[in-house]
Design a protein around this ligand. Structure first.
Ligand code: FES
Length: 266
């Protein structure tokens, strides 16, 4: 990442707003004496954008994208079947782009050029079309990452209940493990168990201090994370709304496996 300076834009004319922006960015406030001199430091990637992958799908020096030739691209049979199943569920087969890319990511670990080409081959789309989708959606990875996905929600409800400390401590425990894709995330929609995290799609919370080391060990070992604090095992107040038939999608195979709800309830 590099730092460049942006001049103030039309929306930044208001002094109070600019003060808040500068403080949030850790910039100096010497413009207070001379507002015209104000500049805000903006963190940018080396290609000049604040967005990763901004130019990757639009490199004008590349040849026009082609739909891959099926005779030239080897697609694993299971992946092909899964993508075709997704395509059959939508009136417009392009609507299956996200689940198809997610399936390829499960197989390859990330949306690598090879993975994208395989999806493009089955869906009869250009890799560029799919790359545009993959670079837009946060849970589709366009660079190599660890296979174990750990999202710690740092949005408002979780943040107020200590999520930043949870993330920092998990970084201490797991930050150097190349198998783990650990990151902060925006609201994961489970604010009632804040602070919470998603471990390969399994929601756990509220995460207490004493849970951190245990959870880190379970992530390293591939064990079921904090069984007593999993959202799927929580009972709701309306007893008639509870079910003993709950399935969880395997992150390796995509298959649905029943969840054992006996014991381990919060
Ligand atoms: S703020 Fe964390 S799940 Fe909503």
């Amino acid at each position: 990442m590099s730092i460049r300076r942006d001049p103030p834009g039309p929306k930044d004319r208001d002094l109070a707003r600019r003060t808040a922006l500068a403080e949030a960015a850790g910039a100096t406030l010497d413009f207070l004496d001379d507002p015209a001199s104000y500049e805000l430091e903006v963190t940018r990637f080396d290609h000049g954008s604040r967005v990763p992958g901004f130019r990757e799908a639009t490199d004008p020096t590349k040849d026009p994208a082609q739909v891959p030739d099926p005779a030239q691209v080897e697609v694993p049979a299971d992946l092909r079947a899964e993508i075709e199943d997704f395509m059959s569920r939508y009136p417009d087969h392009k609507s299956a782009a996200i689940p198809a890319l997610a399936a390829a990511q499960r197989l390859h670990g990330w949306c690598s050029p090879e993975a994208v080409e395989q999806v493009a081959c089955v869906m009869r789309l250009t890799p560029g079309y799919l790359t545009a989708v993959a670079t837009f959606y946060d849970m589709l990875e366009t660079t190599p990452v660890g296979r174990k996905t750990v999202y710690v929600c740092t949005n408002i409800s979780c943040s107020l209940r200590g999520a930043d400390a949870v993330l920092a401590r998990l970084r201490d425990e797991l930050g150097h493990d190349p198998d783990v894709n650990l990151r902060g995330f925006e609201c994961l929609g489970a604010c009632d168990i804040a602070p919470m995290a998603s471990i390969d799609g399994v929601y756990v919370g509220p995460i207490d201090d004493e849970d951190i080391a245990v959870l880190a060990g379970q992530i390293r070992e591939g064990a079921d994370p904090l069984p007593a604090k999993q959202l799927v095992r929580r009972r709701v107040a309306d007893a008639a709304a509870n079910s003993d038939e709950v399935s969880r999608q395997s992150t390796d195979t995509g298959t649905l496996n029943p969840v054992d709800l006996s014991g381990g309830q919060a």
